[in-house]
Design a protein around this ligand. Structure first.
Ligand code: AMP
Length: 308
């Protein structure tokens, strides 16, 4: 049922007027089916941005929506916990879901449309037999621990791009490997969309925001600071070369008994291949670690140089 759809073209979102008294933020139109989504999108005129999420929204997600708002006349947010990107035994069932709270947050930042399909809507014939083959970039780092993850991610991203038909799609730098893979897919498969990366949003103490932070106990939460702390330590060593950068980060991580390291690597931000020990210039330091039963990831770009 879609009672909020206007009969006339949907006007572009009005620009903020600093002098006007604050009016209550209009709720985004919620659509759950392909037909309703098509109907709403067909009424839009102008440019459209899409932000794809799994819900349980935090300020990191909202930064993507704010950037989308700046870049397009209409903003569509998708909320879908995609079963295809979870392996058996991962947290698909436990993943936090709160559509009502998400809609309230999205109203505040000016999303126009929220597409929140059921798995049966996205995959009406069950698990798709044809999927995006993400190639070697998906076999390393996250892909080494989660070998089917990126095929599931890219398959749903491509489907959502087809369904939402955006001019621009925004993804967080928090998931740097995912962003690199989306860029590669768009380039290699000639998808007509501009991909924009948005910086990582952190808590005041440095922890990268993540829906999965909700799983952390008090002691886990304190231990989790070792990830962002390791990235800070690494930035401080950027002038001493790649090996010292990795050593500084590792030292901070192993000092925290509540953290079990999965990987820590300095990689090329596009190819995700490890940079050589004598590398200089921009490199991406990526970390993944278990804190209690929660797996967290974080990363930072740093500019390597070597004091002679
Ligand atoms: P998710 O709901 O975790 O699938 O994330 C949806 C989008 O939000 C992805 O493009 C993420 O990279 C992005 N995102 C998640 N957390 C953050 C964060 N802390 N800062 C910036 N972007 C984020």
């Amino acid at each position: 049922m879609l009672d909020a759809v206007a009969e006339t073209p949907v006007p572009a979102h009005p620009a903020a007027d600093d002098d006007a008294p604050a009016a209550p933020a209009p709720s985004p139109v919620l659509v759950r089916t392909r037909a309703d989504l098509r109907e709403v999108l067909d009424r839009q005129r102008g440019t459209r941005a899409v932000v794809m999420t799994m819900g349980a929204l935090h300020e990191g997600h909202l930064d993507l929506v704010r950037e989308a708002r700046r870049r397009a006349d209409h903003v569509v947010v998708t909320i879908f916990v995609n079963p295809l990107q979870f392996a058996p035994g991962e947290d698909l069932d436990a993943y936090p879901r709160d559509l009502e709270a998400d809609l309230a947050k999205l109203a505040e930042v000016g999303a126009d449309v929220v597409f929140a399909p059921d798995p049966e809507t996205m995959y009406p014939n069950g698990d798709p037999r044809v999927r995006v083959e993400p190639g070697p970039l998906a076999a390393v780092l996250e892909g080494a621990t989660r070998p089917t993850h990126f095929a599931g991610v890219l398959t749903v991203v491509l489907k959502l791009l087809h369904l939402t038909r955006p001019h621009v799609a925004l993804f967080g730098q928090k998931d740097a490997q995912q962003l690199a893979l989306v860029r590669a897919m768009v380039r290699d498969l000639d998808v007509d969309v501009e991909v924009v990366g948005v910086p990582i949003r952190r808590e005041p103490d440095g922890l990268a925001m993540s829906s999965r932070n909700a799983y952390l106990s008090g002691t886990d939460r304190a231990a989790a600071l070792a990830l962002s702390g390791a990235l800070d330590a690494a930035r401080g060593a950027a002038g001493a070369g790649a090996e010292q950068v990795l050593a500084a980060a590792r030292e901070r991580l192993v000092a925290e008994p509540g953290v079990r390291l999965d990987y820590l690597e300095l990689v090329d931000p596009e190819t995700m291949e490890a940079v050589p020990a004598d590398a200089s210039g921009p490199a991406l330091l990526v970390v993944a670690a278990w804190v209690g039963t929660t797996r967290l990831i974080d990363n930072t770009i740093l500019d390597l140089w070597k004091d002679e």
